[in-house]
Design a protein around this ligand. Structure first.
Ligand SMILES: Cc1cc2nc3c(=O)[nH]c(=O)nc-3n(C[C@H](O)[C@H](O)[C@H](O)COP(=O)(O)OP(=O)(O)OC[C@H]3O[C@@H](n4cnc5c(N)ncnc54)[C@H](O)[C@@H]3O)c2cc1C
Length: 534
């Protein structure tokens, strides 16, 4: 059993930023855990396009207006205001000064701002097309200098420890739900520990892996969302799953993201026979329309004409040297699978990319459960509404990571800070009697079933009928998984499967409940039309 002031679950940009803020006070003890073997591994690491700064002719009002427009009427204005006013300064303080991250500059030594879809200004800072990797190297590198941060890898949180659920006191039933840490599975020692904390922060990232086609790495299976849901936290906007329009569609590299910045630099979408089509869907923005519009336009072209993919042509719009300098990773990955993007168009399809909904939080990252915070992609601050504006998510992780740290710092300084429970107050995890090891092949098979259900029935185009079918099939799978879970020794894969099916149900149920098309939630049987369908 471990005890700490703050337990942070997840070491992506959000969790790492919160840890940095809290670690400034040397008396603070912080445990930062990640299920991955490498602390850099996360969605954050794979971010390509970049992070929002403040462009040359830019200001907070312009950014707020762009966020609200992309969010299709469902973005919370106060959240957008916080991001737009605090984000660019925090980026300088934390990423540039503390993390030592060197964003790209032009030949005159000025910051090179990139352009992305639905942004009215060039304001995206980047490090080639490997921005996330540079950010994670910077943040984890700095964190290792703080002796009061214990960074544990291959440590998978299983469930939150909450009162009244885990309390020995029957009168706790009358108190509001509160969080006191988590049960954590040690993947190396194959044992489960109680980690007790005055405050717990969920920073577990997104859910992309519950869909068959996704840009997300394997860890994005919604663990934090499922844990919060089981604990009784409020979850909102779960129907808003953003599909990125352009993931590579070549065997051996499926799901590899072709950044929106490629279209920002002039890249044009074409049908396989070379016809540009975005003007038919958005006369104003064309290829740089909001992501939901572009993704549905591609889907519609593919459905109508039977294409297996569409093409993205950057070769006709940038010189080969510029392409290689600006997009070195995309160039290399496409080359590896036989596509030379300096000479030929890239085959692309839409793929699940970002979860706009999540655990409902306030402006400090506080959830509806006492002493539990949620930050980054697992949370819903309201910022993204029904559709995220490109490159806002890294900044949201930075801003709310910092804010949650500030809020906890001030609450830990107060006399009435929450008590950390004692060893005997929280029951130890009981695996006695479990002899059966989980079968990885079975777990993978069930994961694939979830991914197929979600892709076919809860994808880009939804209907009540398809969603009801998804829910029936997912409920059956959830019952099977729960039975299996109760009889089998824990493993990271089993924890992920149980969470994935729970999260899939949360998304499918929210999608069936909301019969109005808006942003990235599109119902073919919509009762009220959104303002920009197709
Ligand atoms: C390919 C790709 C490109 C992108 N490009 C951009 C971009 O250019 N700009 C932008 O703003 N956004 C981009 N995004 C989105 C952005 O990267 C993410 O939204 C953001 O990084 C999420 O950060 P996070 O800290 O919330 O979660 P993550 O970075 O995903 O971190 C989650 C952490 O939680 C850990 N974890 C998960 N479950 C458990 C568990 N049960 N126990 C312990 N640890 C756990 C993981 O191991 C990881 O450490 C991109 C995403 C992808 C996939």
């Amino acid at each position: 059993m471990k005890k700490t002031d703050v337990l942070i679950i997840g070491s992506g940009i959000a969790g790492a930023t919160a840890a940095l803020k809290l670690a400034e006070n040397p008396h603070r003890r912080i445990i930062l855990i990640t299920r991955a073997a490498d602390p850099h591994e996360s969605n954050s690491r794979y971010a390509q396009g970049g992070i929002i700064g403040r462009g040359v002719d830019d200001n907070a009002d312009l950014l707020v207006a762009d966020i609200l427009a992309a969010g299709a009427g469902a973005s919370l204005p106060s959240a957008a205001r916080i991001l737009a006013e605090e984000g660019p300064d925090l980026l300088q303080q934390i990423l540039v000064k503390l993390g030592g991250i060197k964003f790209d500059h032009n030949e005159d030594g000025e910051i090179e701002y990139g352009q992305e879809g639905a942004h009215s200004r060039r304001r995206i800072l980047h490090v080639g097309d490997g921005t996330g990797n540079a950010i994670m190297s910077g943040l984890i590198g700095v964190l290792k200098n703080y002796p009061n941060v214990e960074l544990l890898t291959e440590a998978t949180a299983v469930d939150l420890i909450t009162y009244p659920h885990h309390s020995p006191n029957p009168l706790a039933a009358y108190d509001p739900i509160s969080c006191h840490g988590a049960y954590v599975f040690d993947n190396k020692g194959k044992s489960i520990h109680r980690t007790l904390a005055a405050f717990t922060i969920l920073a577990t990232g997104g859910i992309g892996r519950i869909f068959r086609n996704t840009t997300n790495p394997p860890g994005a299976r919604g663990d934090g969302l499922a844990m919060a849901s089981r604990a009784g936290a409020r979850i909102v906007n779960a129907e808003y799953v953003q599909f990125h329009p352009t993931a590579l569609s070549v065997p051996g590299a499926e799901g590899f993201l072709i950044s929106e910045a490629v279209r920002g630099e002039g890249g044009v979408l074409l049908t396989p026979d070379g016809r540009p089509f975005m003007e038919n869907y958005s006369a104003e923005w064309k290829d740089l329309a909001p992501r939901d519009v572009v993704a549905r336009a591609i889907h519609s072209e593919m459905e109508t004409h039977g294409y297996s993919h569409v093409m993205l042509d950057v070769a006709s719009h940038m010189t080969a040297i510029k392409i290689k300098n600006r997009f070195p990773n995309i160039y290399a990955e496409c080359k590896r699978v036989g596509v030379d993007i300096t000479r030929e168009p890239i085959p692309v399809v839409p793929a699940a990319h970002y979860f706009c909904g999540g655990v409902a939080v306030d402006e400090w990252g506080r959830t509806s459960i006492q002493n539990l915070y949620a930050i980054g992609e697992v949370s819903c601050t309201g910022l993204h509404g029904a559709n995220r504006l490109a490159s806002t998510s890294l900044l949201e992780g930075l801003v709310w990571g910092n804010r949650s740290g500030n809020d906890i710092n001030s609450r830990l300084s107060l006399d009435h800070k929450p008590l950390i429970p004692g060893r005997d107050d929280i029951p130890a995890w009981d695996e006695s009697g479990l002899t059966k090891d989980s079968d990885p092949a079975l777990i993978q098979g069930d994961m694939q079933t979830i991914q197929n259900i979600m892709w076919h029935y809860v994808g880009l185009m939804r209907s009540g009928e398809l969603l009801s079918r998804a829910i029936r099939e997912l409920r059956h799978l959830q019952n099977e998984t729960e039975t299996f879970y109760r009889r089998t020794k824990l493993s990271d894969g089993l924890i992920g499967l149980r969470n994935a099916v729970e999260v899939a149900l949360i998304v499918a149920q929210a999608a069936r409940h909301n019969r109005q098309s808006r942003g990235c939630h599109y119902r073919v049987d919509s009762v009220v039309g959104g303002d920009r369908l197709l």
